[in-house]
Design a binder for this molecule. Sequence first.
Ligand SMILES: *Cc1c(COP(=O)(O)O)cnc(C)c1O
Length: 377
Amino acid sequence: MRQIQMVDLKQQYAKIKMEIDKALQLVIDNAAFINGPAVTDFANNLSHYLGTKHVIPCANGTDALQISFMALGLKPGDEVITPSFTYIATTEAVALLGLKPVFAEVDPKTFCLDPGFLEKAITPRTKAIVPVHLYGQSAPMEEIMHIARKNNLYVIEDNAQALGCDYHFSAGTKKKTGTMGTIGTTSFFPSKNLGAYGDGGAIFTDSDTLAYKLKMIANHGQNKRYYHELVGCNSRLDSLQAAILDVKLKKMPEYIAARRKVADGYDKAFAGHSRITTPFRAQYSHHVFHQYTLLLEGVDRNGLIGFLESKGIPSMIYYPVPVHRQKMFEDFGGSAYNLGTTDWLTERVVSLPIHTEMDEEQIHYITSHVLEFINKL
Ligand SMILES: *Cc1c(COP(=O)(O)O)cnc(C)c1O
C-alpha cells in the first residue's frame, strides 16, 4: 500500500506530469513571468467555471480577503463579523486593517456561520459579514444574504476551502460558492482543492466598479503605470502558478468526484457508530470535501491521533484553538466571548486524510484502525 498522506500531491502530479511540464515550459520559453497571458487565461477560465463576471488573481487567500476589505472602503472601527471556528486568516485580515472583528458562533452540524447568532451580532457599526464555507461545504447563504440585505451589509465569502461547491437555492437554481456575496475570495495554497505549486489566491465579483478597484489595489493602487490613485499593495499570482492552476482547473469535476468518493467510503464505514458523527451534508449544498472531519464523543482524541500515527495514518485537528481564544485577539476582547458550540467543536473534531489519489485499500486501512481504537474503549 502507498504511504498515506493528508494530501498526496506527488501522486497527483505523477498523473498530470506531461500536461504540467508542457504548460510550465511554455511560460519559461515566453519569459512572461509576471502578468503574462497564462494569468489572464487562467482568470478567464476560472470566471467561466464559477459563473462570475470578474476574477482578480492575487498572491494568496489572505491577501484576497485584505484587498476585498480595502476595496469596500471599510474604515477603522467598522465591525466585521466572522465565525470563530475558522482558519486565522479570515479574521486576521480584518484586524490588520484596524477594523473590529466580531466573533460569531457556528452551527454544530454544518460548522458554518449560524444565521440566528449572526442577527444578534449585528450593531449599528457592522459593515460586513464574512461567511466561511468550511471544510468544503457552503454556509447557509440564502439566510445570510437575506440578513445582509435587510441590514445593508457587505458579504465577503471566504471560499478558500470550497472552490467548486454548488449552493442550491430553494427556488431550484444553483450558484457556485464565492459568487453569491458582494465579493468572494479563495486560496490556491497547494493543499486546497485547487492547489498551485506555491502560493496563490483570487477574488471574485460581478460588480464592474468593485473589480476595477480590486485590480487596482492588488497592483499598487495603479490603473495606469506609475499613476497611483489608491493606497494598495503588491499582490500577484505569478505566471508559472497560473499555468499549473489552469491545467488542474480542467480536472476539478474529476477531483471533486474523487474526494466525494473517499467521503462516501468513510461515511459507510462509520455509519451509525455511537461515538462518531460523520460530516453532515446540508440539503442546500454540495460538499467538495476539502476536509473529512469527524465529531467524536467520549473518545480519547489524542490517544486516537497517536494510535493512527503509529500505524502510519496522519490526522489533523482543524483547528485546535478557535479564533476568539487566540492570543492575537486578546486586545480585541476575544476571550470575553462565550461561544459554546465553537469550543465544543474544537474539543471534538478530527480530520482524516482525504485527497484525489486515495484508493479503497487506503480507505479500508484507515477506517479499520479508527474503529479498532474507538471500539476498544
Ligand atoms: C487557506 C485559507 C485561507 C488563507 O489562504 P492563504 O492562501 O494561505 O493565505 C483563508 N481562509 C481559509 C478558510 C483558509 O482555509
